[in-house]
Design a protein around this ligand. Structure first.
Ligand SMILES: NC(=O)c1ccc[n+]([C@@H]2O[C@H](COP(=O)([O-])OP(=O)(O)OC[C@H]3O[C@@H](n4cnc5c(N)ncnc54)[C@H](O)[C@@H]3O)[C@@H](O)[C@H]2O)c1
Length: 352
């Protein structure tokens, strides 16, 4: 049967932790998806998810799920160090794959995932979900329309208190896995800046560990990056900070500035002058006020992401956040980690 005319695609979810459960919410309301099975190494978790979503099939071994002929695509929401193995296996079974971010922990793993997607012709999407946050989608559109003119500086911060978020089995603080926060969480900010300013080619970073002192990796990193067209940028990642989750990001151009956050209900736009309007307050320059444009504060837009992927599969379109995009984000993040460790600037390796 021609997949393109199937009324519904069969989908399976591997990993029923918080992120897998979040994806299930998006799947439930999608008119072209039918949840067929879930899997978690913790069978109780898989069973509970299956029950909640009204299906009878659940597994503890992902290989059983991907072997099913009624499943067209899978979401992989397991810890980062399983992404490569499970993605490659699912592609080999002829499934399209939405793999959670970060794509993988090493560039070698990314290369193998890209190669398998290209060999099988199956779609591979990496879950860089910031590209589906309404605030950032609007920022991208305004910048492409020339709203802030020529960009010269971009910055994004990923501040998220991980002290209670080590994940099932504490894999985020496992000294053998050595999951770097700048890659694991910082990939959101790096991917956002890459999406808007292009691929950074050089990185200089510093890091420390003053909050999550029992973690095997530094909890705070600042990375300065050089982007194409002489744009410079900065990414701050803190996973020990005591504050609310934010991805506050600022984009500076010679005609204006945009401040956006995926957790806010508006973005703020400063313009050189706003359509020739006079200042609202005497003696106060217009640009010191800024326009607030309302947006939906949907920072983990799982429905938007899976909806895009379904459309891509059904219409055989290219994937925006494909393996090469996912790998480029991994490459830039790893360059920052390396720079902080060595104490010297690092050229980003985009050889994949
Ligand atoms: N897109 C985002 O914004 C976002 C947010 C949070 C997490 N994530 C990513 O999603 C993934 C999962 O994150 P989480 O917070 O749900 O983690 P978690 O550790 O809380 O949950 C992971 C689940 O996977 C299961 N699991 C572990 N190994 C498995 C295996 N080999 N096979 C099947 N199941 C297995 C665990 O039992 C657990 O239920 C990670 O890659 C993480 O980086 C993405």
């Amino acid at each position: 049967m021609d997949r393109s005319i199937k009324s519904k695609l069969g989908i399976g979810v591997i990993g029923t932790g918080p992120m897998g459960m979040h994806h299930l919410k998006g799947i439930r309301v999608h008119p072209r998806l039918e949840l067929k099975a879930v899997c978690d190494i913790n069978i109780e978790s898989a069973c509970a998810a299956a029950k909640e979503y009204g299906i009878s099939s659940y597994y503890s071994d992902y290989r059983e799920l991907i072997a099913r002929s009624d499943i067209d695509l899978v979401i992989i929401a397991t810890p980062d160090h399983f992404h490569s193995e499970q993605t490659i296996a699912a592609l080999r079974e002829g499934k399209h794959v939405l793999c959670e971010k970060p794509m993988a922990l090493t560039l070698d793993e990314c290369r193998a995932m890209i190669a398998e997607s290209e060999r099988t012709g199956k779609k591979l999407m990496i879950g860089q979900i910031s590209r589906y946050a309404p605030s950032f989608v609007l920022v991208k559109k305004l910048i492409e329309e020339g709203y802030i003119g020529e960009m010269f500086f971009v910055e994004s911060e990923y501040a998220h208190d991980y002290s209670e978020l080590a994940g099932v089995g504490n894999w985020r603080k496992d000294p053998i896995i050595l999951r770097q926060p700048f890659l694991g969480g910082g990939c959101h900010s790096v991917d956002l800046l890459r999406w808007i300013a292009g691929d950074p080619y050089e990185v200089a970073a510093y890091s420390n560990r003053k909050v999550l002192k029992d973690w095997p990796v530094d909890d705070c990193t600042i990375a300065i990056m050089r982007f194409p067209n002489d744009v410079i940028g900065k990414v701050l990642v803190s996973v020990g900070c005591k504050r609310n989750y934010t991805m506050r990001s600022v984009f500076y151009g010679d005609k204006g500035t945009i401040i956006a956050d995926n957790t806010s209900s508006y973005i703020t736009v400063y313009k050189e002058s706003i359509a020739g309007e006079k200042s609202l307050f005497e003696g106060v320059q217009q640009q010191t006020v800024g326009m607030q444009i309302p947006v939906e504060p949907n920072h983990h837009n799982a429905f938007g992401e899976i909806n895009d992927f379904v459309n891509i599969i059904l219409n055989d379109l290219p994937v925006q956040t494909d393996g090469r995009q996912g790998a480029a984000t991994v490459a830039a993040c790893l360059a920052a980690v390396e720079s902080a460790a060595k104490g010297e600037k690092v050229v980003v390796n985009y050889d994949f």
